[in-house]
Design a protein around this ligand. Structure first.
Ligand code: ADP
Ligand code: MG
Length: 251
Protein backbone atom coordinates (compact mmCIF):
# COMPACT_ATOMS: atom_id res chain seq x y z
CA UNK A 1 0.00 0.00 0.00
CA UNK A 2 1.46 3.35 -1.10
CA UNK A 3 0.37 6.89 -0.40
CA UNK A 4 0.79 10.22 -2.13
CA UNK A 5 0.15 13.15 0.19
CA UNK A 6 -0.06 16.65 -1.15
CA UNK A 7 0.08 19.10 1.72
CA UNK A 8 -0.83 22.77 1.40
CA UNK A 9 0.97 23.00 -1.94
CA UNK A 10 1.77 26.42 -3.40
CA UNK A 11 3.10 26.74 -6.95
CA UNK A 12 4.18 29.81 -8.89
CA UNK A 13 5.13 30.37 -12.51
CA UNK A 14 7.61 33.22 -12.38
CA UNK A 15 6.03 35.78 -10.06
CA UNK A 16 2.51 34.54 -10.64
CA UNK A 17 0.95 32.44 -7.89
CA UNK A 18 -1.13 29.72 -9.47
CA UNK A 19 -1.64 26.96 -6.89
CA UNK A 20 -2.53 28.40 -3.51
CA UNK A 21 -2.71 25.81 -0.79
CA UNK A 22 -3.82 22.56 -2.34
CA UNK A 23 -4.14 19.46 -0.16
CA UNK A 24 -5.01 15.97 -1.34
CA UNK A 25 -4.26 12.40 -0.24
CA UNK A 26 -4.29 9.44 -2.57
CA UNK A 27 -3.72 5.82 -1.68
CA UNK A 28 -3.02 2.80 -3.88
CA UNK A 29 -6.14 1.46 -5.51
CA UNK A 30 -8.00 4.77 -5.47
CA UNK A 31 -9.10 6.82 -8.45
CA UNK A 32 -9.44 10.54 -7.79
CA UNK A 33 -10.93 12.95 -10.32
CA UNK A 34 -10.01 16.63 -10.18
CA UNK A 35 -12.42 18.89 -12.05
CA UNK A 36 -12.69 22.65 -12.32
CA UNK A 37 -12.98 25.58 -14.70
CA UNK A 38 -10.21 26.54 -17.13
CA UNK A 39 -7.24 28.40 -15.75
CA UNK A 40 -7.66 27.29 -12.12
CA UNK A 41 -4.24 25.64 -12.07
CA UNK A 42 -5.05 21.98 -12.65
CA UNK A 43 -2.28 21.39 -15.19
CA UNK A 44 0.14 23.52 -13.18
CA UNK A 45 -0.49 21.39 -10.13
CA UNK A 46 0.13 18.12 -12.02
CA UNK A 47 3.30 19.40 -13.69
CA UNK A 48 4.69 20.78 -10.44
CA UNK A 49 4.27 17.40 -8.75
CA UNK A 50 6.00 15.68 -11.65
CA UNK A 51 8.94 18.08 -11.29
CA UNK A 52 8.55 20.30 -14.35
CA UNK A 53 11.38 22.88 -14.18
CA UNK A 54 9.20 25.89 -15.13
CA UNK A 55 7.06 25.54 -12.03
CA UNK A 56 8.34 26.69 -8.65
CA UNK A 57 6.97 25.10 -5.54
CA UNK A 58 6.87 27.97 -3.06
CA UNK A 59 5.21 26.20 -0.14
CA UNK A 60 3.85 22.94 1.20
CA UNK A 61 5.09 19.43 0.53
CA UNK A 62 4.48 16.31 -1.54
CA UNK A 63 5.15 13.01 0.21
CA UNK A 64 5.43 9.67 -1.52
CA UNK A 65 5.15 6.90 1.07
CA UNK A 66 5.87 9.46 3.76
CA UNK A 67 9.01 10.87 2.12
CA UNK A 68 9.21 14.29 0.48
CA UNK A 69 9.89 14.16 -3.25
CA UNK A 70 10.44 17.89 -3.71
CA UNK A 71 14.23 17.61 -3.72
CA UNK A 72 14.12 14.96 -6.45
CA UNK A 73 14.57 15.71 -10.16
CA UNK A 74 11.75 14.77 -12.54
CA UNK A 75 13.43 11.52 -13.59
CA UNK A 76 14.06 10.55 -9.97
CA UNK A 77 10.40 11.17 -9.18
CA UNK A 78 9.50 8.93 -12.08
CA UNK A 79 11.80 6.22 -10.77
CA UNK A 80 10.28 6.61 -7.32
CA UNK A 81 6.94 5.64 -8.87
CA UNK A 82 5.24 8.76 -10.21
CA UNK A 83 3.92 8.91 -13.75
CA UNK A 84 2.63 12.03 -15.43
CA UNK A 85 0.64 11.68 -18.61
CA UNK A 86 1.03 14.93 -20.50
CA UNK A 87 -1.85 16.89 -21.89
CA UNK A 88 0.27 17.75 -24.93
CA UNK A 89 2.82 14.95 -25.39
CA UNK A 90 6.01 15.60 -27.41
CA UNK A 91 6.87 14.01 -30.74
CA UNK A 92 10.15 12.12 -30.91
CA UNK A 93 10.78 11.58 -34.63
CA UNK A 94 13.01 8.63 -35.53
CA UNK A 95 12.53 6.86 -32.18
CA UNK A 96 10.15 3.93 -32.29
CA UNK A 97 7.75 3.34 -29.43
CA UNK A 98 9.36 -0.05 -28.79
CA UNK A 99 12.83 1.49 -28.39
CA UNK A 100 11.56 4.43 -26.41
CA UNK A 101 9.79 2.18 -23.93
CA UNK A 102 12.80 -0.10 -23.76
CA UNK A 103 15.04 2.85 -22.83
CA UNK A 104 12.50 3.97 -20.24
CA UNK A 105 12.31 0.51 -18.68
CA UNK A 106 16.12 0.16 -18.83
CA UNK A 107 16.48 3.48 -17.00
CA UNK A 108 14.55 1.99 -14.11
CA UNK A 109 17.05 -0.82 -13.57
CA UNK A 110 19.94 -0.63 -11.18
CA UNK A 111 23.29 0.51 -12.54
CA UNK A 112 25.06 -2.20 -14.53
CA UNK A 113 21.91 -4.28 -14.90
CA UNK A 114 20.98 -5.08 -18.52
CA UNK A 115 17.43 -5.45 -19.70
CA UNK A 116 16.74 -8.92 -21.03
CA UNK A 117 15.39 -8.34 -24.55
CA UNK A 118 13.29 -11.51 -24.71
CA UNK A 119 11.68 -10.84 -21.37
CA UNK A 120 11.13 -7.20 -22.30
CA UNK A 121 9.28 -8.02 -25.51
CA UNK A 122 7.26 -10.68 -23.76
CA UNK A 123 6.15 -8.15 -21.20
CA UNK A 124 5.53 -5.46 -23.83
CA UNK A 125 3.34 -7.78 -25.91
CA UNK A 126 1.53 -8.93 -22.80
CA UNK A 127 0.66 -5.33 -21.92
CA UNK A 128 -0.35 -4.62 -25.51
CA UNK A 129 -2.68 -7.60 -25.50
CA UNK A 130 -4.17 -6.41 -22.23
CA UNK A 131 -4.75 -2.96 -23.70
CA UNK A 132 -5.84 -4.36 -27.10
CA UNK A 133 -3.09 -2.50 -28.97
CA UNK A 134 -1.99 -3.73 -32.40
CA UNK A 135 1.64 -4.95 -32.51
CA UNK A 136 2.41 -2.81 -35.56
CA UNK A 137 1.90 0.25 -33.37
CA UNK A 138 5.25 -0.05 -31.56
CA UNK A 139 7.31 0.35 -34.74
CA UNK A 140 6.00 3.89 -35.25
CA UNK A 141 7.91 6.96 -34.05
CA UNK A 142 6.78 8.30 -30.71
CA UNK A 143 3.79 10.60 -31.23
CA UNK A 144 4.88 11.58 -34.75
CA UNK A 145 1.77 12.40 -36.75
CA UNK A 146 -0.37 10.64 -34.16
CA UNK A 147 -4.08 11.27 -33.84
CA UNK A 148 -5.38 12.26 -30.41
CA UNK A 149 -6.41 8.67 -29.85
CA UNK A 150 -3.01 7.28 -30.83
CA UNK A 151 -1.23 9.68 -28.47
CA UNK A 152 -3.43 8.44 -25.67
CA UNK A 153 -2.72 4.84 -26.62
CA UNK A 154 1.03 5.54 -26.51
CA UNK A 155 0.68 7.22 -23.13
CA UNK A 156 -1.36 4.38 -21.64
CA UNK A 157 1.17 1.83 -22.92
CA UNK A 158 4.02 3.79 -21.29
CA UNK A 159 2.09 3.76 -18.07
CA UNK A 160 1.46 0.02 -18.32
CA UNK A 161 5.16 -0.70 -18.93
CA UNK A 162 6.47 1.55 -16.19
CA UNK A 163 3.98 0.29 -13.59
CA UNK A 164 3.98 3.48 -11.49
CA UNK A 165 2.65 3.66 -7.96
CA UNK A 166 0.74 6.80 -8.89
CA UNK A 167 -0.39 8.09 -12.27
CA UNK A 168 -1.33 11.72 -12.77
CA UNK A 169 -3.39 12.03 -15.91
CA UNK A 170 -4.17 15.45 -17.31
CA UNK A 171 -7.00 14.94 -19.76
CA UNK A 172 -8.36 18.46 -19.90
CA UNK A 173 -9.64 20.87 -22.47
CA UNK A 174 -9.82 20.24 -26.16
CA UNK A 175 -8.54 17.50 -28.37
CA UNK A 176 -9.99 14.47 -26.67
CA UNK A 177 -12.52 13.04 -29.06
CA UNK A 178 -14.78 10.19 -28.06
CA UNK A 179 -12.30 7.70 -29.50
CA UNK A 180 -9.44 9.01 -27.33
CA UNK A 181 -11.71 9.18 -24.31
CA UNK A 182 -12.56 5.50 -24.76
CA UNK A 183 -8.87 4.55 -25.08
CA UNK A 184 -8.07 6.32 -21.84
CA UNK A 185 -11.08 4.83 -20.12
CA UNK A 186 -10.38 1.27 -21.28
CA UNK A 187 -6.68 1.61 -20.43
CA UNK A 188 -7.36 2.89 -16.96
CA UNK A 189 -9.98 0.22 -16.39
CA UNK A 190 -7.53 -2.49 -17.50
CA UNK A 191 -4.84 -1.20 -15.13
CA UNK A 192 -6.99 -0.18 -12.22
CA UNK A 193 -6.12 -2.27 -9.20
CA UNK A 194 -4.75 -2.45 -5.73
CA UNK A 195 -1.23 -1.37 -6.74
CA UNK A 196 -2.02 1.80 -8.66
CA UNK A 197 -3.39 5.14 -7.49
CA UNK A 198 -4.79 7.44 -10.17
CA UNK A 199 -5.34 11.16 -10.21
CA UNK A 200 -7.34 12.10 -13.23
CA UNK A 201 -7.76 15.72 -14.22
CA UNK A 202 -10.75 16.14 -16.45
CA UNK A 203 -13.36 18.51 -17.75
CA UNK A 204 -15.52 15.71 -18.92
CA UNK A 205 -18.26 14.08 -16.95
CA UNK A 206 -18.36 11.77 -19.96
CA UNK A 207 -14.96 10.32 -19.06
CA UNK A 208 -16.27 9.65 -15.56
CA UNK A 209 -19.15 7.67 -17.00
CA UNK A 210 -16.51 5.16 -18.12
CA UNK A 211 -14.09 5.50 -15.23
CA UNK A 212 -16.09 5.75 -12.05
CA UNK A 213 -13.90 7.66 -9.60
CA UNK A 214 -13.76 6.91 -5.88
CA UNK A 215 -13.40 10.62 -5.11
CA UNK A 216 -14.19 13.80 -7.01
CA UNK A 217 -12.56 17.13 -6.16
CA UNK A 218 -13.37 20.57 -7.47
CA UNK A 219 -10.45 22.90 -8.00
CA UNK A 220 -11.02 26.62 -8.10
CA UNK A 221 -8.52 29.46 -7.94
CA UNK A 222 -5.60 27.22 -7.07
CA UNK A 223 -7.25 25.18 -4.32
CA UNK A 224 -9.51 22.22 -3.85
CA UNK A 225 -12.72 23.79 -2.67
CA UNK A 226 -15.04 20.81 -2.57
CA UNK A 227 -14.66 17.04 -2.44
CA UNK A 228 -17.16 14.25 -2.71
CA UNK A 229 -17.91 10.97 -4.42
CA UNK A 230 -18.97 10.39 -8.03
CA UNK A 231 -22.28 12.15 -7.45
CA UNK A 232 -20.38 15.45 -7.16
CA UNK A 233 -19.34 15.13 -10.81
CA UNK A 234 -22.97 14.65 -11.81
CA UNK A 235 -24.00 17.62 -9.73
CA UNK A 236 -21.35 19.75 -11.45
CA UNK A 237 -22.56 18.65 -14.83
CA UNK A 238 -26.12 19.60 -13.95
CA UNK A 239 -25.39 22.88 -12.19
CA UNK A 240 -22.05 24.07 -13.58
CA UNK A 241 -19.26 25.62 -11.56
CA UNK A 242 -21.13 28.81 -10.68
CA UNK A 243 -22.89 26.91 -7.97
CA UNK A 244 -19.58 26.10 -6.29
CA UNK A 245 -18.43 29.71 -6.66
CA UNK A 246 -21.66 30.94 -5.03
CA UNK A 247 -21.22 28.55 -2.12
CA UNK A 248 -17.68 29.86 -1.63
CA UNK A 249 -18.86 33.46 -1.68
CA UNK A 250 -21.38 32.65 1.08
CA UNK A 251 -18.90 30.76 3.21
P1 ADP B 1 -6.01 24.61 -15.95
O1 ADP B 1 -5.23 23.39 -16.30
O2 ADP B 1 -6.83 24.48 -14.72
O3 ADP B 1 -6.83 25.11 -17.10
P2 ADP B 1 -3.41 25.89 -15.90
O4 ADP B 1 -2.65 25.25 -14.81
O5 ADP B 1 -3.11 25.46 -17.29
O6 ADP B 1 -4.97 25.76 -15.60
O7 ADP B 1 -3.20 27.45 -15.84
C1 ADP B 1 -3.39 28.20 -14.64
C2 ADP B 1 -2.90 29.62 -14.86
O8 ADP B 1 -1.51 29.62 -15.08
C3 ADP B 1 -3.52 30.31 -16.06
O9 ADP B 1 -3.77 31.64 -15.71
C4 ADP B 1 -2.43 30.21 -17.11
O10 ADP B 1 -2.51 31.29 -18.00
C5 ADP B 1 -1.19 30.26 -16.27
N1 ADP B 1 -0.08 29.53 -16.89
C6 ADP B 1 -0.02 28.22 -17.13
N2 ADP B 1 1.14 27.86 -17.69
C7 ADP B 1 1.87 28.99 -17.81
C8 ADP B 1 3.18 29.30 -18.29
N3 ADP B 1 3.99 28.33 -18.76
N4 ADP B 1 3.59 30.58 -18.22
C9 ADP B 1 2.79 31.55 -17.72
N5 ADP B 1 1.55 31.33 -17.23
C10 ADP B 1 1.08 30.08 -17.28
MG1 MG C 1 -5.10 22.21 -18.02
Amino acid sequence: MSSLEIKDLHVAIGEKKIVKGLSLNIRSGEVHAVMGPNGTGKSTFAKAIAGHPDYTITGGDVLLDGKSILELEADERARAGLFLAFQYPSEIPGVSIANFLRAAVQARLAEGEELDATAYYKRLYGKMDLLKIDRKFTSRSVNEGFSGGEKKRCEILQMAMLEPKFALMDETDSGLDIDALRIVADGVTAMRGANLGILMITHYQRLLDYIVPDFVHVMYDGRIVKSGDKSLALELEAKGYDWVKKELALA
